[in-house]
Design a protein around this ligand. Structure first.
Ligand SMILES: CC(C)(COP(=O)(O)OP(=O)(O)OC[C@H]1O[C@@H](n2cnc3c(N)ncnc32)[C@H](O)[C@@H]1OP(=O)(O)O)[C@@H](O)C(=O)NCCC(=O)NCCS
Length: 151
């Protein structure tokens, strides 16, 4: 069973690389992945402003990352990425549970998820319901499924 702990500043580069590797499982072209890079890069600002945690194994190897933000537009699941060779082993569930707790701690009544199309089924398992679409931050003209999860 994966454990959860806060992400550390020294891990920012490795976590950004993990996000990109994980995103690649959906079969995007190298060009598209490059377009996603900036959005998937974690900064000190993310650690300071948002809730960012990692799932680790018993030897503290990182298995996945999650990031939750809150602001005037609501509470957002900013990132949820599992190391590709650890997918399907319950890591995503542990990260998602933590994200919901973090959002509740921040007083959010619900969480907005602008999901990769390939991950919608994962979120609907948690009771998220589809609520329109949202423009991609990375690719002009691309829209993403927008989901709302009541907490
Ligand atoms: C989507 C993702 C976070 C799921 O994490 P995971 O560790 O593989 O998921 P888990 O093993 O915890 O699975 C929990 C449940 O969700 C289901 N599930 C996992 N991924 C799913 C998907 N893409 N679609 C539908 N159901 C999914 C599992 O079958 C499992 O069901 P069960 O409770 O009946 O056993 C992970 O596969 C991932 O990082 N994918 C690539 C990056 C990505 O798309 N991230 C989301 C960005 S919005």
């Amino acid at each position: 069973m994966a454990q959860i702990r806060r992400a550390r500043a020294v891990e920012l580069e490795a976590l950004s690389a993990l996000c990109l590797r994980s995103k690649a499982v959906h079969g995007y072209s190298a060009t598209l992945l490059e377009a996603f890079r900036q959005e998937l890069t974690l900064s000190h600002w993310d650690l300071d402003e948002d809730e960012v945690a990692v799932a680790v194994d018993g030897e503290d190897n990182i298995l996945g990352i999650v990031q939750v933000s809150t602001g005037p537009a609501g509470c957002f699941l900013e990132k949820l990425f599992v190391e590709p060779d650890r997918a399907g082993a319950g890591v995503g569930r542990v990260l998602m549970d933590w994200a919901c707790e973090a959002a509740r701690r921040r007083g959010a009544p619900n969480m907005i998820i602008e999901s990769d199309p390939g991950a919608v089924g994962f979120y609907t398992r948690y009771g998220a319901r589809e609520a329109g679409t949202a423009p991609s931050e990375s690719v002009s003209g691309r829209s993403l499924p927008r989901l709302l999860l009541k907490l």
